[in-house]
Ligand binder design. Structure first.
Ligand code: C2E
Ligand code: MG
Ligand code: MG
Ligand code: MG
Length: 285
């Protein structure tokens, strides 16, 4: 992979795929300025215990509060950021903010484990692990309350390096999750070797699994594998009650999806901590 610096100072990484996608350089420069100006926000989407429907974690999801264009979802700016050094600055901000918020909740008596998405380029840095550990120390946050989510692709690009870094992260007590599981190319044989605690089944399998026998079979198999390997299983993209019930019956540990709750500002989630379970039929189950 080679790097080139554009006029504005943004370093673009090229991996031989220059023809397929042209980065929006103006937006990238603007994003970097926005990060420094404090325009990023984190929304938190709760993870619910499949059985009790109690909040048992939250995923931090970045948004860009753009002065003219409004609140932008990550799909609009992350793909370009991930092809440049802007992702490093963005990830530094996300970790600092998420660890701070989690520590605030912890001090208030709410032990909510928070999951943060970790980009491959960030993990590839020598300083990745020391930086995260220093943050935990600064905020006095127990490592068990932080989970990092990596995709299969992140692990497979540089398998040895990534596995070593993830092992270091785990050794410190931070949890490691494989995100969007099932969409990449992890060979099942590799799974027992990976230093991970959690599998997040991608929402393409989960959504409407109740009316697709093929998807339901895949979800059941992943849950069986995860249980055999003693991994926590999270189902993402739970959009209706039949799916939530089917996942609970199949043995999923945690549920995440619009049916249970949307990504939301920290204050909004905080109001729900230690309160009633979610889901239409939760109270009669
Ligand atoms: P992800 O990590 O798989 O996060 C879950 C995404 O699914 C979120 O989209 C969430 O809003 C959405 N979602 C949750 N429940 C449902 C549902 O029931 N139905 C549907 N259709 N969607 C649901 P979002 O916030 O737009 O984030 C998209 C992706 O951007 C994330 O996918 C993650 O890969 C990436 N991302 C978000 N924040 C960060 C970040 O801080 N750093 C990095 N590196 N990536 C991030
Ligand atoms: Mg994620
Ligand atoms: Mg995911
Ligand atoms: Mg996903």
């Amino acid at each position: 992979r080679s790097a080139k610096r554009d006029r504005t100072g943004v370093v673009l990484w090229t991996a031989g795929d220059t023809t397929t996608h042209r980065a929006d350089l103006r937006q990238l420069t603007e994003l970097r300025t926005g990060i420094r100006a404090g325009h990023l926000r984190l929304h938190y989407q709760p993870l619910y215990s499949a059985g009790s429907r109690e909040i048992n974690g939250a995923e931090a999801l970045v948004r860009w509060q753009h002065p003219q264009r409004g609140m932008l979802p990550p799909g609009v700016f992350l793909p370009d950021a991930e092809r440049s050094d802007v992702i490093l600055e963005l990830t530094d901000w996300v970790f600092a903010e998420a660890v701070h918020q989690t520590a605030v909740w912890h001090r208030a008596g709410h032990d909510v484990p928070v999951s943060v998405n970790l980009s491959p380029a960030y993990l590839a840095q020598e300083r990745a692990v020391p930086t995260i550990l220093a943050l935990l120390e600064l905020e006095r946050l127990p490592a068990r309350l932080l989970t990092v989510e990596v995709t299969e692709t992140a692990v497979l690009t540089r398998p040895d390096q990534a596995a070593a870094r993830l092992a270091e992260i785990r050794a410190a007590g931070i949890r490691v999750a494989i995100d969007d599981f099932g969409t990449g190319y992890t060979s099942l044989g590799l799974l027992p070797e990976l230093p991970i605690d959690e599998l997040k089944i991608d929402r393409s399998f989960v959504s409407r699994m109740h009316d697709s026998p093929a998807r339901a079979t895949i979800v059941h198999s992943v849950i069986a594998i995860a249980r055999a390997l003693d991994l926590t299983v999270v189902a993402e993209g739970v959009e209706d009650e039949p799916t939530a019930l089917a996942l609970a019956a199949a043995g999923a540990d945690l549920l995440q999806g619009y049916h249970l709750d949307r990504p939301q500002p920290a204050e909004q989630l905080e109001a729900k901590l230690g309160q009633h379970p979610a889901g239409r039929h939760a109270s009669i189950r």
